[in-house]
Design a binder for this molecule. Structure first.
Ligand SMILES: Cc1cc2nc3c(=O)[nH]c(=O)nc-3n(C[C@H](O)[C@H](O)[C@H](O)COP(=O)(O)OP(=O)(O)OC[C@H]3O[C@@H](n4cnc5c(N)ncnc54)[C@H](O)[C@@H]3O)c2cc1C
Length: 398
């Protein structure tokens, strides 16, 4: 059953990875109607992972996904520098920041996330967040090898920024309220290992500590007081305390949001003809609960399922094994499967900072995390899909 016809207009709001991939998938599936892709940034759609890696080092990586000609060739009406401000889900129109109104037959919300700021420090010189290309360029311009940087929050972005500012020679302090970097996502055992990696590279890692106050003079950050009372003079602060779904513009539309646009297992939101994909979307998982996933591979996987669903197919994500990675110093840290900080962790291989951690839930393998061992990580895919009993994984091979 095909729901879309060639006379239909699909409007995608958010010209990032998920939005672009949805447009591409629709064309690949021979959808012949109109596709409008709206993005509020002034750039062609670009890739974010390099922003916290080569971008921080000032290497100005080319992150553009597709050249301008691609959009003309594919008949994707790309409109950048334009923000969607409101939706009338019943009348099926969007109000845009240039004052115009755009009608849609199907609306795909792909607006990603907005980074959280430390309250009161939003407009302070020397305090940065990192989500966009412009953020990355501003941070790279502010990095000073002779200075000291404080990174607030040791999630993936905080850890990557710490690694790259350190590699530029900066004195780096990484503060994290949890017991170890990345502990909230990967658990304390693996988090502790990643913390030791940073310490060995010369980062001053302070776990169990937050920021009490950012002290400024003349509109610029000068020092920071930590929750344990420590005062640190700093040249640069990078706030990596997470991001929130960019969903405020849906207020009053009747589209249900609850830490993300709540969707079924194919990306349908609560209002007819409205869909959501990527970081902003909370798709219903196998356990029946909506869940947001803030990783690159997920955006593309969801875009494929959503585009197929728009065209009448009933495929879901169920055959996909979740995957994400993070590059820190010379190590690629990879997570395959549904790893959870509360799972029991078994280290099955280690060699210096390299390791393979197997995650156990209800006696079975739920996923693996590896550092510097990409081959070993990927070999576990079939065992993760089969949820092999942990005893089999841990049994000494004959
Ligand atoms: C610095 C950084 C490094 C990362 N590194 C990794 C990594 O190593 N591995 C990994 O797995 N994942 C990584 N990720 C995550 C990955 O990049 C995201 O999962 C992916 O970008 C999600 O794509 P998206 O299209 O959902 O959101 P986005 O890429 O954020 O795109 C959303 C777009 O919508 C725009 N928008 C928002 N509101 C509106 C509006 N009202 N009107 C119009 N446009 C709007 C936004 O400005 C943005 O351009 C990283 C993310 C960041 C920020």
């Amino acid at each position: 059953m095909t729901t879309l016809r060639s006379t239909h207009r699909v409007v995608i709001v958010g010209a990032g990875l998920a939005g672009l991939r949805t447009a591409e998938e629709l064309r690949r599936a021979d959808f012949d109607g109109e596709i409008v892709l709206i993005g509020d940034e002034p750039h062609l759609p670009y890739d974010r992972p390099p922003l916290s890696k080569a971008g921080v080092r000032g290497e100005n990586p080319d992150t553009t996904f597709q050249p301008l000609e691609f959009f003309a060739e594919q008949r994707i009406d790309l409109r950048v520098g334009l923000r969607a401000e409101r939706v009338d889900a019943v009348g099926r129109t969007l109000a845009l920041s240039d004052g115009s109104t755009l009608a849609f037959d199907e609306l795909v919300v792909a607006t990603g996330l907005r980074p959280r700021h430390l309250p009161g420090s939003e407009s302070l010189a020397g305090v940065h967040v990192l989500r966009s290309l412009d953020d990355s360029r501003a941070l790279a311009a502010a990095a000073n090898p002779a200075g000291r940087a404080l990174i607030v929050g040791a999630g993936f972005i905080g850890c990557e920024v710490a690694a790259n500012l350190r590699s530029l020679g900066m004195d780096v302090v990484l503060v994290e309220p949890q017991a170890a970097p990345l502990a909230a996502v990967l658990g304390p055992e693996v988090g502790g290992r990643i913390g030791r990696l940073h310490v060995d590279k010369g980062v001053d890692v302070r776990a169990g500590v937050g920021v009490r106050e950012v002290v400024q003079a003349d509109g610029r950050v000068r020092s920071v007081e930590l929750s344990d009372g420590t005062q640190l003079d700093v040249d640069l602060v990078v706030v990596g305390i997470g991001s929130a779904p960019a969903e405020a513009w849906l207020e009053g539309s009747g589209v249900r949001v609850d830490n993300g646009v709540v969707c079924d297992a194919q990306g349908r939101a609560s209002a007819p003809h409205v869909w959501a994909v990527g970081d902003v979307a909370a798709w219903t998982g196998a356990n029946g609960a909506p869940r947001r996933v803030e990783h690159w591979t997920n955006a593309g996987d969801q875009a494929r399922v959503l585009a197929a669903a728009l065209l009448g197919s009933d495929t879901t994500l169920s055959h996909q094994v979740p995957y994400f990675w993070s590059d820190q110093y010379e190590l690629k840290i990879q997570a395959l499967g549904d790893v959870d900080a509360a799972d029991t962790v078994h280290i099955t291989h280690e060699d210096g900072h390299k390791f393979l951690a197997c995650y156990e839930r209800d006696g079975r393998l739920s996923g693996v995390v590896g550092a510097g061992l990409p081959g070993r990580v990927m070999k576990m895919r079939a065992a993760i899909m089969a949820a092999v009993p942990m005893t089999e994984i841990l049994a000494p091979s004959a």
